[in-house]
Design a protein around this ligand. Structure first.
Ligand code: BDP
Length: 583
């Protein structure tokens, strides 16, 4: 594999003239941009530019790759991408947080550099997931006119956000591996399914530790089961990984091989309990964002290493990938470090008071994102469950209509169909993990119906009952007891928090002060601790993050972080550590 990260050429194309003028060969007036990175915080004229822009680079393909099949793989392009190799369009993709690839063998030159051009665009259109706002809409807190207009509360960072790779594989190669683990007494059972390119009908092996089994392929598919006696089961306390090596062989000659680190563990829901390896588990942690100064949503490995360090320090065993899939490296780190992940597709900002064809378009896109996510992340022991949406509503969000307007029954019904379909698809693709939907306070309760775990976001004491924390705690307690009575399923509060200006103090606590954030979080943790059906508490948010400009967002920031954007602890971080680590 060749990682094409580095400095590329870049040019914005507000008139949409690049394609007709052949910018996929040469850009008329390029500047230099790093890949991966968001473009917004780099150039003054690009801060709020979400339209079309071109990336271009050149690469020599090694002579040793001749005779192999070469693929171009893009880790993430937000939101729409068109890709050219040496002047030929090779692929297009929609959806900003998942990888896509195409074979480009026939397009390659071996005697000169190859030109790779990628046109990226992130217009807030209503048929996308996440959807763009209606004209004039957008903003946060139900206040229209936030800028740039979005249906969600984070900055619409744009660009090539993850690496671009060239990959070479043999003609006959391993296309995919699925490893599913179960537990029998002290043994681990690993079921391995392998897909090989074409109609491969040869042989292969699967090896795990000292155990090896043969794979007999028919029409490109083979299956095997390995039993690991006295296995070390993967958990946050002991995130043990076993290397699983799959090999294709031709008369004992290895033709392709791939090694995947797997964890042997089970996840299940029994009654109102969430079980890891058969034992009830309580999640401690956060909703997060991929967000940092200058790099925006671009892959930032130093930030991630620091974040995992802070998660360990504070005693968090988990987080949610709010509100889109995170990078592959980050999922691998979660496996290694023993962090449980609620893995979410980018279905944020959905509302169902829209014409039926629009809902259908969004459903098709959400299903694509779900399939791509499960294909990418199905083998990670750290992925505990799939989340198919964050805070869908049955009315247009963000002030397009008065918030008090009653939810329309058809909109609720449209959402019910939509989420049932997503649940079924997640379950069809991966019957081994719970599936959830993250609901908003006051949202339609029936949307939780098909899901295995009830995830809810609650802001009593902030957006409602501001300054009245004791009353907020009472309302929260009643709300949780009702939900438990209705569903009898595990409940996780996937968001609760208060905007907090670091350095502002008040005693008695007042909103926006560090003391208020501590007391807010304390109330919620206490209410949950008294309820055995509560399977987890995720504070919103891990760190302060950039969002769209609006009257509720000082400095264009959501300040509910327990850490500042540069990862300094607020008082609440020390408080959570004392609760979660006992330190
Ligand atoms: C919830 C959203 C989250 C917001 C948060 C907030 O799920 O994205 O950032 O509230 O208002 O509505 O801080």
């Amino acid at each position: 594999m060749i990682d094409l990260s580095g400095l590329w050429q870049f040019q914005m194309d507000p008139q949409g003239e690049g394609e007709a003028q052949g910018w996929f060969r040469a850009l008329p007036a390029p500047r230099v941009i790093p890949v991966p990175c968001s473009w917004n915080d780099l150039f003054d004229d690009a801060r709020t530019y979400l339209g079309l822009a071109w990336y271009r680079t050149e690469v020599w393909v090694p002579a040793g790759w001749r005779g192999r099949r070469v693929y171009l793989r893009i880790g993430s392009a937000t939101y729409a991408a068109k890709v050219w190799v040496n002047g030929t369009l090779v692929m297009e993709h929609l959806g900003g947080s998942l990888p896509f690839a195409a074979e480009i063998t026939e397009r390659l030159a071996w005697d000169r550099p190859n030109i790779i051009a990628i046109a990226v665009e992130n217009e807030p259109r209503p048929d996308r997931v996440p959807p763009g706002p209606a004209p004039g809409g957008g903003g946060v807190l139900g206040v229209a006119g936030g800028f740039p207009g979005t249906t969600y509360d984070f900055f619409p960072y744009t660009g090539l956000h993850r690496q671009v790779w060239l990959c070479a594989v043999p003609d006959v190669h391993i296309d995919d591996i699925t490893a599913v683990t179960t537990i029998e007494d002290t043994d681990g059972i690993v079921s391995v399914t392998v897909a090989a390119a074409g109609d491969y009908a040869g042989e292969g092996q699967a090896r795990l530790g000292g155990i090896e089994v043969d794979l007999a392929f028919r029409s490109g598919a083979a299956e095997a089961t390995l039993r690991v006696p006295a296995a070390r089961f993967w958990s946050p306390q002991d995130p043990h990984l076993y290397p699983l090596t799959v090999t294709l062989t031709d008369n004992q000659r290895v033709t392709d091989t791939y090694t995947l680190d797997i964890g042997i563990r089970t996840v299940a829901v029994r009654g109102d309990q969430l079980l890891l390896n058969g034992q009830p588990i309580k999640l401690t942690g956060f909703g997060k964002h991929e967000d940092f100064a200058l790099s925006g949503r671009g892959l930032n490995l130093p930030m991630w290493i620091r974040d995992y360090e802070l998660l360990r320090w504070i005693g968090a065993n988990s987080y949610r990938t709010s509100h889109y899939p995170y990078p592959e490296e980050v999922m691998q780190l979660a496996d290694r470090l023993g962090v449980l992940v609620i893995n979410e597709i980018p279905a944020v900002g959905l509302n169902f008071a829209v014409p039926e064809p629009l809902t259908q378009q969004r459903l098709a896109q959400a299903l694509t994102e779900l399939r791509e996510l499960i294909a990418r992340d199905k083998n990670h022991p750290s992925t505990l469950m799939w989340s198919v949406a964050n805070e869908p509503v049955a009315r247009p969000p963000n002030g397009n209509e008065p918030q008090s307007q009653p939810q329309k029954q058809e909109a609720i019904e449209a959402g019910t169909q939509f989420f049932r379909r997503l649940y079924e698809e997640a379950y069809r693709l991966d019957g081994t993990r719970p599936v959830t939907l993250v609901g908003v306070g006051g949202g339609p309760r029936e949307w939780h119906e098909p899901f295995d775990v009830v995830c809810i976001n609650r802001y009593y004491g902030w957006y409602a009952l501001g300054g009245q924390l004791d009353r907020a705690a009472q309302v929260l307690a009643r709300d949780l007891d009702e939900l438990h009575q209705v569903y009898g399923k595990p409940i996780i509060i996937t968001e609760f928090g208060a905007d907090t200006l670091p350095g502002v103090h008040a005693d008695p606590p007042e909103m926006w002060s560090e003391e208020y954030q501590v007391e807010f979080l304390r109330r919620y943790l206490d209410v949950a601790a008294q309820r055995p059906f509560m399977a987890g508490m995720h504070v919103w948010a891990f760190a302060d993050f950039k969002t769209t400009q609006g009257v509720g967002r000082a400095g264009g920031m959501n300040l509910k972080g327990v850490f500042t954007r540069d990862r300094r602890p607020k008082m609440a971080a020390h408080f959570l550590r004392s609760r979660w680590v006992g330190a």
